[in-house]
Structures are given as C-alpha cells and as structure tokens.
Design a protein around this ligand. Sequence first.
Ligand SMILES: *[C@@H]1O[C@H](CO)[C@@H](O)[C@H](O)[C@H]1NC(C)=O
Ligand SMILES: *[C@@H]1O[C@H](CO)[C@@H](O)[C@H](O)[C@H]1NC(C)=O
Ligand SMILES: *[C@@H]1O[C@H](CO)[C@@H](O)[C@H](O)[C@H]1NC(C)=O
Ligand SMILES: [Cu+2]
Length: 343
Amino acid sequence: MNRGLRLSLLTSALLVTLSSLKASAHTIFQEMYVNGVDQGHLNGIRVPDYDGPITDVNSNDVICNGGINPYHQPISQKIITVPAGAQVTAEWHHDLTGANPSDPADPIDASHKGPVIAYLAAIPNATQPTVTGLKWFKIWQDGYTPSTATWGVDRFIANKGKVTFTIPKCIPSGQYLLRNEIIALHAASSYPGAQLYMECAQLQITGGGSTQPSTVSFPGAYHGTDPGITINIYYPPVTNYTIPDQKYQAKNLLRKNLCHLKETKQEIIFFMLRRIVKPERKYGRVKPYISITNISILDLAIGTIRRPASQHQHPKLHYQTPRSLPFSKPAGYLRSRHKASQN
Ligand SMILES: *[C@@H]1O[C@H](CO)[C@@H](O)[C@H](O)[C@H]1NC(C)=O
Ligand SMILES: *[C@@H]1O[C@H](CO)[C@@H](O)[C@H](O)[C@H]1NC(C)=O
Ligand SMILES: *[C@@H]1O[C@H](CO)[C@@H](O)[C@H](O)[C@H]1NC(C)=O
Ligand SMILES: [Cu+2]
C-alpha cells in the first residue's frame, strides 16, 4: 500500500471515529538517529500498523508489540549499527506516516501523561522473530518532575516526539533490541488502564565492554499493582511518581553509573560510612573492610547517595565484604572487622 492510500484510509478511519479521536490518539516509535544521523523512516524497527496501546502488562505483547497490533509488513530486516557510548534518538509519531504538524495529537495527545523509558536486551539475532525469554535492562527514563509538575511525555511533546539518550559504553558488543516505551496514565486509575506503547529497534552495538547489567524480564517486570502502572494522576494531585520496574528503582545508581562501577562502589561505601559507620569515628580512624565484590550490594544501598565534597574524602578501601551483608548491621560488622584487623 502506498503512503498516500494508507494516509487516506487512515484519514477516513479517523473521521469515522472522530468522537473518540482523543481517546485513540496514540503513538508509534518509528525512526532512529545514531549520533544525530537519521537511520531512515521505519528502518530497523518492528513497527505495528496500528498505534493502539497494550494494557495487559502480563501479555507477551508488552515485549515488542506486534501481537494485538500486528507488525507492518514486511518487517524491516535492517540492523542499526550503534557504537557503544553513542547518543541515540528515538522519534515517535501519532501514526506510521510520520511527522504531521497539522495534527494536534502528533506525536501524542497531550492528555497521555506518563514516563518515557528505554530498555536494551542482548539477542542472538536482532531480526529473529522470537522475543520471549530476553533479559532486559533499563538504560534511560524520564518520569515525573515534581518541581515543575511535568511528565516525560510533556518534554517529549515539546521535543516533537524525539527523546535522546546514551547507549552505555561498557556493555558487551553484539546484537540487541532497544525497547522504547511510553506509559500513558490518563486512564490508569484502575488496572488495566495504563496504556503502554512500545516498539523495538534492531541494533548491532560495536566497540563495547564487558559489564553485565542486572536484568528483568518482559512480561514480568511490571505488575498491575505497581504504583507506576495503576495511579490516578488527577486526584489527589501527583506529588511523586514511581516509574515501574522496582528492581531498576533499587539499582538506579548502577544504571546511572553503569559504566563507572569503580566510582559507584566508592560512592556507596562513602554513603555507608557516613550513614552507618559514623559512630566508629570515636574509636579513631576508621579502617573499613567493606568490600563490594558484587555490585548486587546496591540492593542494600537504596537511598540518596551524595557525592563527597572532595576527592580527599574518598576513604581508602579494601573490597571483600560478602554480598549478604545486611543493611541494618554493617556498623557491627565493621566493628568486628576493625577489631579483627588489629589482632
Ligand atoms: C536472523 O533472523 C532472520 C529472521 O528470522 C533470518 O532471516 C536470518 O538468517 C538470521 N540470521 C542469522 C545470522 O542467523
Ligand atoms: C509515592 O510515595 C509513597 C511513599 O513513598 C508511595 O507509597 C506511593 O506508592 C508513591 N506513589 C507513586 C505513584 O509512586
Ligand atoms: C553476584 O551476585 C550474583 C547474583 O546474586 C551471584 O549469582 C554471584 O555469585 C555473585 N558474585 C560474586 C562474586 O559474589
Ligand atoms: Cu491513546
């Protein structure tokens, strides 16, 4: 079907459903840029013809769409080459025909407030049809900003449907799917209600490293009971919003510093020293034997971790603590280690 015909069919479909236009003002991720270079409309992305949402977070459709919204045929066989560390831009529009400045609901209707999110998953073959069983890790998200009462979707609309983020420099080279997602919350006060929009781009990441991020599954990462999935965004007024995928929330420091693990370890240890080990000071100079052989210790380090004011405040450290160290007990643990070290 050529673009003109598709457009006119779409237009008549829209006219027929004019009264529900607002409710059906959805969106599709359909074009990618790598370091600013356009990869071509619909190239390397599994796009559906219809822009409708997925509302069942337990459905396989939540992975890369393409189930209840069948893929546009033929599915692009292009694999987009992305150097690790590159900035990529995902561009979304109201329907598959691309940007339409005269459409007030392009790139998405302004009512569709919510977060904009990006995940990656390694895959043996980026064009293989099977997308179940992949291990996903979040690389970027833009949720709710309380100080300005604005959502990721508001910024996304202001930026004409484009969001830009970095592909982590340290993840292994290879083929990946990039899952770009918007969770529209305008009807999310009961489940199912949140409208999830997602498409997957096919990537070949080159020049990467060896960091293995911790991962989640789709379906599985989200639940109908998540405060980020089921929420009334109108009343009471939103003061905080928790983007779904709790595992990510707990480990967002890792995500933020995915490629700076050494620095991350130091910051966590600094945090633990300030928050937990402070009483040790009266015994003189603390010689901590905290170790972080395993970044999973971030499970324990949920909270605000501030940077030390100066480099000199970084303690010198030996890394050798078991990962099972309970969060409530490190002071005692440290004390015993401190004693042990004096023996
Ligand atoms: C990857 O999957 C596509 C689609 O099934 C297939 O055509 C292609 O041969 C596969 N490539 C490799 C290297 O297996
Ligand atoms: C807001 O924060 C409270 C307290 O931490 C939490 O119980 C609630 O689920 C959060 N709301 C959302 C929408 O994330
Ligand atoms: C790190 O944590 C993972 C997951 O909990 C565990 O399987 C692995 O053995 C740990 N590695 C080390 C070096 O402790
Ligand atoms: Cu919609």
